[in-house]
Design a protein around this ligand. Structure first.
Ligand code: PBG
Length: 329
């Protein structure tokens, strides 16, 4: 278009005031798109704050319910629960603690909220890996891990979870979980697959919160042999196509900001609703910069959320969900 059509101000005419900027926005972020992660920890007497995650806590059963009540008052109605059991194992695991929290939440709040529950073994294993180790301790056994994950997902669904969200990255877990749920008559329970979950360094603060960092005297030291390599977007596509085929209702890209390209292309390619997980390290980076007076936390968080929606996310899992009304104004 020629310069004469726009005159001297050109494209800046539509940028000149808040009214025009509001009217011309192509994407919007609303609190209804946000999912708030929750941590509930067995065996602690008081709730604990989490380094880097301002306003997020490792809750006790009692403080969890109070926190959810406050969140509902703040307009947040969708949650992703992480249960941290007090006892860890290597081959045998109890999921009773998390199941009882789910029951408690649902008894109290019913359909006023949408409750997704993370399915993984990293908070349950002594070594912090997401599944069962082989006898040599150098890799995770897929079949036995999937069996345990399906058992865990079924128990969470039976306790009342609206949605189970496997974050382990084993092969075939979506199909196994769908089969277990359907076999128990739980065909209305959704599966949110962490289908494009990368082997990222941005999970640090989460692993403190969930007590799930790889540790101990085992050969396997990280999660690189099951999470997706950051340089392999095609693996993310294959993994997401596979999970969709196996029956996932919702798919996810994780982390968010460093993987916006993946979110943009996968959400075009696969016509299921896409979630993005703004992970703990991304959230903490903004908070820490703000603490140093380098940026405005509020504005930076909103900019990140806008980027996720622009790239194709229908929903955002973010530690800041409970501040959304304040931040969005
Ligand atoms: C694994 C799991 C992880 C997160 C959620 N579930 C990452 C990991 O430790 O590999 C990360 C979430 C975050 O960083 O906020 N069960």
């Amino acid at each position: 278009m020629s310069e004469s059509r726009f005159g001297s101000l050109g494209l800046r005419r539509l940028r000149q005031n808040a009214h025009l900027r509001e009217l011309t926005r192509e994407v919007r972020v609303g609190v209804e798109q946000l999912i708030q992660p929750l941590f509930v920890v067995e065996g602690i007497a008081q709730r604990e704050s989490i380094p880097g995650l301002t306003g997020v806590y490792r809750d006790t059963s009692a403080t969890l319910l109070r926190q959810i009540e406050q969140d509902l008052e703040a307009g947040v109605k969708k949650f992703l629960l992480f249960g941290v059991p007090g006892t860890k194992g290597t081959t045998q695991f109890s999921h009773d603690f998390t199941a009882s929290q789910i029951r408690g939440i649902k008894q109290r709040f019913g359909q006023d909220l949408f409750l997704s529950v993370d399915v993984c073994l990293c908070s349950s294993t002594e070594h912090g890996q997401c599944g069962l180790l082989n006898p040599e301790g150098d890799h995770l056994e897929n079949g036995r891990t999937v069996q345990e994950l399906a058992r865990q997902a079924l128990q969470f669904a039976q306790a009342g979870a609206d949605c189970v969200a496997p974050s382990d990255m084993m092969d075939g877990r979506i199909g196994a979980i769908r089969e277990a749920l359907d076999g128990a008559g739980l065909d209305r329970t959704l599966i949110l697959s962490y289908s494009a979950k990368f082997h990222s360094r941005f999970y640090g603060p989460f692993r403190v919160a969930a007590d799930s960092a790889p540790k101990g005297a085992v050969t396997l030291k990280d999660r690189a042999s099951y999470q997706i390599d950051p340089a392999r977007p095609k693996d993310a596509l294959l993994s997401s196509l596979r999970d969709a085929e196996e029956g996932a209702d919702l798919l996810m890209v994780k982390p968010g900001m460093p993987y916006l390209d993946v979110l943009a292309s996968l959400s075009q390619e696969i016509p299921l609703p896409w979630a993005v997980y703004e992970v703990s390290g991304e959230y903490a980076a903004i908070e820490l910069m703000a603490e140093k007076g380098l940026i405005s936390a509020r504005e930076a968080h909103l900019e990140a959320w806008t980027a996720f929606v622009r790239a194709g996310a229908a929903m955002i899992i973010t530690y800041g969900a409970r501040n959304a009304r304040t931040w969005l104004g």
